[in-house]
Design a protein around this ligand. Structure first.
Ligand SMILES: Cc1cc2nc3c(=O)[nH]c(=O)nc-3n(C[C@H](O)[C@H](O)[C@H](O)COP(=O)(O)OP(=O)(O)OC[C@H]3O[C@@H](n4cnc5c(N)ncnc54)[C@H](O)[C@@H]3O)c2cc1C
Length: 473
């Protein structure tokens, strides 16, 4: 018997206050909600995960420096004292601009949320530039699941190498390829190199972890292209000193379990045998962007970003605000500050609209600069006219990132873990389980019906159908 999706009633609007729905608990969504703390509105914040995620430090979770809790505080806890917000777990699957409703679903439970004002801040996912099959062997780094999977794959590769007898197999297991020489790829490659050369140096008996090969490759001709040529060159030199092989003009043409195939700028195709491949190369905005474009006629670019008006609203829909990685406006980059400032601007605009006040002037982005760490004690910082690198840049990087980590507890434990890793040579978070490594692929194979079948209660899958493949479940 197949039943229709369970409908969970949306929270009633208390006292007829205007209803603000926010999609996403990332930088744009969370900072918008917090900005509305004194507003006389009822906010529903819908998030696909129950946590806010500080994505810039995902690579430190993947390489065992930080625990996931430090960069992913519970959204509900962060907003516990803000009484005008209700936090709802669910993936938004539909936005109906005409009916002014948002539909979310989680594990077979569906809820419809009416809104008077809507902020869409669903961010972006990984893009494999049309080669989604690469994801099976080269996970991206967008979520806690991704970071834990990568941690398992990285530490697991050293463990398997210790067991191997064949030198070619040891070499394959000790080769790590990071695709994408933007900030995420640079930080990831630098940390794997430090892990191999410093942290794990004395931990194995048969293999020598310092012989590990870390390759950072990109189809573009530069490292950190958004930082300019000079800083990019310096970053490249520093990466080489840290033990990272940088290969530019190298386009990935295939990825499989055993390695990666590359086409160089001269047209030559070659292969690197590597057990661990990490994709840090491209982004694709949430599919909700395309949905908004189809209903409003707003332009949607190749990366799925919706063109918004200068006040961040959707053309023809002043009540819908799109912020962060999902919006396209004046070529603004997909960085945390654009999302934070956009989220706050949308919140202010809503407060003014509801109070019948004149609209704010167009959104202007205040660029606070960019930073990327390369190795322990070494980072590059681009503050517009002021560009520098080295120890001072690294200290600045630490301070800025600490400032934006949400919650006092997380800040304290983050500092302790940084002391362990940067002053000492340890990594506090080396746990890696098979479930972390293979869970994603297993769930993909089982399909969405599996999730609904395991939680009890309302379901959309046939009763009694066991999707685990086991004799009994
Ligand atoms: C590995 C990595 C490193 C980065 N490093 C830096 C850095 O050093 N500096 C910097 O400035 N920027 C960095 N960025 C970029 C920065 O994190 C993003 O620009 C920023 O997070 C965008 O904010 P956002 O609110 O638009 O989206 P996000 O912060 O991604 O938030 C999107 C939210 O929407 C939720 N969501 C998505 N789809 C749905 C749905 N259908 N229904 C409900 N909820 C949904 C997600 O779960 C998430 O909570 C990095 C990004 C990554 C991935």
């Amino acid at each position: 018997m197949t039943t229709s999706p369970a409908r969970v009633p949306a929270a009633p609007s208390q006292g007829g206050r205007p209803r603000v729905v926010i999609i996403g608990s990332g930088f744009g969504g969370l900072f918008a909600a917090q900005r509305l703390r004194k507003a006389d509105v009822d906010i529903t914040l819908i998030g696909k995960t129950s946590h806010h995620l500080f994505q810039p430090l995902l690579y430190q979770v993947a390489t065992g420096i930080l625990s996931e809790g430090e960069i992913a505080p519970s959204t509900r806890e962060v907003l516990r004292r803000q009484e005008n917000v209700r936090v709802v777990l669910g993936e938004v699957v539909d936005i109906d601009l005409a009916a002014r409703t948002v539909t979310s679903t989680v594990l077979g439970r569906t809820a419809v949320h009416p809104y008077d004002e809507l902020i869409v801040a669903a961010g972006a996912g990984q893009s494999y530039f049309g080669n989604d099959r690469f994801a099976e062997f080269a996970p991206g780094m967008k979520s806690i699941d991704d970071a834990l999977e990568l941690r398992g794959r990285i530490f697991g590769a050293f463990e398997l190498a210790e067991l191997a007898d064949d030198q070619a197999e040891i070499d394959r297991l000790l080769t790590f390829v990071v695709v994408g020489a933007g900030p995420t790829g640079v930080e990831m490659a630098g940390q794997i190199a430090e892990l191999a050369h410093r942290t794990l140096r004395h931990d194995f008996r048969r293999i020598d972890p310092t012989t590990a090969r870390v390759v950072l490759l990109d189809a573009a001709p530069a490292v950190l292209p958004s930082f300019g040529e000079k800083l990019g060159d310096r970053a490249r030199r520093q990466l080489n000193q840290t033990g990272v092989e940088v290969q530019l003009g190298a386009m990935v043409t295939n990825v499989d379990a055993d390695g990666i195939e590359i086409k160089d700028a001269d047209g030559q195709v070659r292969r690197i045998n590597a057990a661990t491949k990490i994709w840090a190369a491209g982004v694709q905005a949430s599919p909700l962007g395309r949905m908004l474009g189809e209903q409003s006629g707003a332009e949607v670019d190749r990366a799925g970003r919706v063109s918004v008006l200068p006040d961040l609203s959707l053309p023809g829909h002043p009540e819908v605000h799109v912020v962060g990685d999902m919006m396209a406006l004046n070529k603004l980059p997909g960085v945390a500050q654009v999302a934070i400032q956009g989220g706050r601007y949308a919140a202010d605009q809503i407060t003014r609209r509801l109070a019948g006040k004149a609209a704010l002037p167009p959104f202007t982005y205040h660029d606070k600069g960019s930073m990327a760490t390369i190795s322990r004690f070494h980072a590059v910082t681009d503050l517009g006219k002021l560009k520098f690198e080295g120890f001072l840049a690294w200290v600045m990087w630490l301070v800025v990132h600490l400032f934006y980590i949400v919650g006092f507890k997380s800040r304290v434990t983050t500092v302790l873990h940084w002391l362990v890793s940067f002053l000492g040579r340890g990594r506090s978070q080396r746990v890696a389980t098979q479930q972390q490594v293979f869970g994603r692929l297993a769930l993909e194979n089982l399909g969405p019906a599996f999730e609904a079948s395991k939680t009890g209660g309302p379901r959309t899958v046939p009763d009694g159908e066991d999707l685990t493949g086991r004799e009994s479940a």
